[in-house]
Write a protein of this length. Sequence first.
Length: 444
Amino acid sequence: MNKLITHLQEYVAKHLLFDASAHILVAVSGGIDSMVLLHLLQTEGYKVSVAHCNFKLRGQEADGDEAFVKQYCQKHKLPLHNESFNTADVAKHTGESIQMAARRLRYEWFDALCLVHKYACVATAHNANDVAETFFVNLSRGTGLSGLTGIKPKNGNIARPLLFATRAHIEAYAKTNKIVWRDDSSNQSTKYRRNLIRHKVVPVMEEINPSFIKSILATISRLEDSNVLLRNLVDEKLEDVIAETGDKLFIHIDKLKKLKPLSLYLYELLNGYGFNADQAEAIEQALERQPGQRFYSEEYELYRDREFLVIQPAKEKEVNKIYLINDDFKTENLPIKLYFKVVMNDAKIDLKQAPTVALLDFGRIKFPLTLRRWQQGDRFQPFGMNRGKLLSDFFNDNKISQAEKDELWVLESDGKIAWIVGYRTDNRFRVSEKTTGILQIALT
């Protein structure tokens, strides 16, 4: 089947997947697709190594796959990376589906192997039927134009040299070249959406049109062209709506709402950050509500501020982390730069200071001081007031944005907030005529 080899050469060259001297890591499950891909790359003389994952989900069958791949690599003198994952335990711990956990574990491991061993790319055996199945999977979930454009030939360090080949072509090549492979019994189960589409939907479409896979690839190609055109138009319109500051993206709400159709612009914008169609709809509804709502994709979080939608990398907040400050005022381990000084209270002290400087009655201070992130329900007594106030109300009154709140720290003494760092001191620690010593703290 030299025809398949010729098409492989053309496809690799067209999409610049890798060059002739590349050292390629081939993901091999032991199934027909990956065994054919490995055989093709070996036949073409590429330098290859093999990576095999045992996800410990199919008992003896998975162990048999592992032994099969090991035996093949030993016979053909191919370097093998073999890894086992307790996928079910990982999924239970993280709350992911087993399929998502397996996918994440696999690709994180591939990334690590490429980094350590300097592989040019990881070659996976996705084929034309996978492209068609992915089209229907995304269609069934609800998606935009980009979700219908299928699997990409290359994404980061992942290369997919067999996307042009149908499963029928792969089976014919395997038969002609007497390639041995292992069948995965889980591929026959229709409890998974992709398998249901593979065994129930695609065969019906092929009855209607025997060249269905070829036709859908042509359709996807046209959709890709349409998506490029759409993205260019959307990006042009969004230029005046979005701004980047550091790792944050600010989307001006009033300007965004003037774009029509709003739902299309919003979806195309958010989809690039991993938000799905349902989330985009919920975010559109949040534009008419009070600030504060948050939404999360796999890698990003979005919150609705007063004037902006803000997208930033998802990260764990230091809500429960505290830093203790003793009376020696050692500050090397603090997450922010604070300067402490104790001075006597006399007429030379100017009690009117910028918000970045706090003057506190040293006699009312109890050590150690505690520096931490603010939390919902925190209360303090603003300077000049005789009653307490929720920090959240103080933020709203002073129009402090969500982005500013995310970066805010409070300084406590004996469980009482003495200073909202950079904003306001607490009246219970105010300097008065009876104050003898003043603790001066500067945010630098």
